[in-house]
Design a protein around this ligand. Sequence first.
Ligand SMILES: [Fe+2]
Ligand SMILES: [Fe+2]
Length: 289
Amino acid sequence: MAEFLSQYSIQRWLEACPQGYLEDTVYGHEAGESEPETVMMDEAQREAAIRTTTQLVVGERAALAASSGLVNAAPDYASKQFLATQTLDEARHVEIFTQRMYDLGVKKDDLESTLSQFANPNLIKFAEVLLEKVEAKDFIAGVVGQNIVLEGMAFTVFEMMEAGARDYNPKFAHTLQGTIADERRHVGFGENRIGSLIKENPEKRPEIEKMQRDMTYFMLATFADSFSGNPDPIDAPAEAEGASVEWQGVNLATATPEEMEALLAGTVLGEFKTRLARIGLEYQSPSMG
Ligand SMILES: [Fe+2]
Ligand SMILES: [Fe+2]
């Protein structure tokens, strides 16, 4: 527990994050960086970027609600302290992706209506499954849903987007890089804290596995919607073609939407299997029927 305490202390967070990789950033990116002209001048690309960023704001708002709710559900102070740092991380993610909405031209007064217009209904259902556990103060299920399932998904989606944006949109890539570093810490906490609790509470397994199955169902439905309804869901426009936009051995600039969806879903599900096995749970495949 002593090692756990220092690994997830507020002191460690201060040194690694605000005084570390976030030092000198402005809304997560370098000062003076802006969205590329190609995005701002092309209405279809700008709308695709707004649609994609909407899902990031919706996901991060759910993460903020979950991590803050779990502070009071946590059984020990080391976990409360870590979740307090995570709460601030998630609030920052909400802020930087909301700022991107403004940078893309959304008026402050139109933020909520734009989010409602573009939010994927399956992503909202995904979040509801998690927040139900948090509202019931179910710490074990809440941490599995937030720090393993939601963040395992977010981590992989952000990595794919970062690879796609690195060459053509350094501002967005930098915003994602700090977020990915935060998510890596959050996922690590989930794995380290929850394995022993699941061992001590085996009766909770069926309910947690059902939550994971339901969340996975809505996640895959969200991916399917994104890649069929959005010309540019990962935010890497055709201009990036020719540049090397490689992720997991696939060129994102030339891959078809079907190939990208399969690649993303396959990568996330692989992550789930590995991480769930580490905490003593078996991955449950959703029935898509
Ligand atoms: Fe986050
Ligand atoms: Fe997170």
